[in-house]
Design a protein around this ligand. Structure first.
Ligand code: CA
Length: 240
């Protein structure tokens, strides 16, 4: 397996070097960037597997870099390096689609553990989910269609297929509307209507109902109160 490529964006030379050395020792390929402008350029480059991003940075701060990166690379994993006490920044960062954060000062061991956990998760995600079963039907995410056992079919829009894929790939947890906006639509959530997510989910739910099924079919998408959505018991990975 090729080495994972990690970009470290951090302006304090001692921390940047310490983090980079620890990652290299663990077998990762590392690119370093000392400010937000170089950081964004490196973070958005092709072939990057994960970005470690300081928030307080010269030229462009880390949250700006994150928001820009989410527009160009909506699914690229980002771990924020944050100062103790900057809880607001952390929360904003997570809402903007950061995957995780560590609080300074952190140990190399803690950081590597977080990196490994995120990389495992993304590896699982990109292990192409193509076929999803739903009750007496099979969804082909590549062809964006649902085939029911009675031979009837229905089509999914590109957004519906992407939403479904994201929920199924993260089926062990609830996904917030903000995360869906940033990961499926690829946009920051500032001022954005999370209602758009609800509308798409409603349409998707209607399509996932078996045409000849009873009214008490198991749920394909579960609403998680005050949070978002989760793949429901009716959905399974693979063919029916
Ligand atoms: Ca800094």
């Amino acid at each position: 397996m090729p080495k994972a490529r990690i970009v470290v964006v951090e302006d304090e030379p001692a921390i940047r070097r310490g983090v980079s050395d620890a990652l290299r020792l663990s077998g990762y390929e590392v690119t370093e960037a000392p400010d937000g402008v170089a950081g964004l350029r490196e973070a958005a480059a092709a072939g990057v597997d994960l970005v470690l991003l300081d928030i307080m940075l010269p030229k462009r701060d880390g949250l700006e870099v994150l928001s820009e990166l989410r527009r160009t690379n909506p699914t690229r994993p980002v771990i924020l390096l944050t100062a103790r006490g900057s809880e607001d920044d952390r929360v904003r960062g997570l809402k903007m689609g950061a995957d995780d954060y560590v609080v300074k000062p952190f140990s190399a061991k803690e950081l590597i553990a977080r990196v490994e956990a995120i990389l495992r998760r993304t590896l699982r995600m990109t292990a192409e989910v193509r076929l999803v079963s739903v009750g007496p039907g099979t969804i082909d995410l590549h062809r964006r269609e649902i085939r029911w056992v009675d031979g009837s079919r229905s089509d999914l829009s590109e957004t519906e297929a992407a939403l479904l894929k994201y929920l199924v790939s993260n089926r062990e947890r609830a996904v917030s509307r903000e995360e869906l906006l940033s990961r499926v639509w690829g946009i920051g959530t500032a001022g954005l209507e999370t209602r758009a997510v609800d509308m798409h989910i409603a349409r998707l739910r209607a399509k996932l109902k078996s045409p000849n099924g009873s009214d008490d079919q198991p749920e394909a998408i579960v609403t998680v109160r005050a949070h978002g959505y989760m793949a429901g018991p009716a959905l399974g990975v693979g063919e029916q």
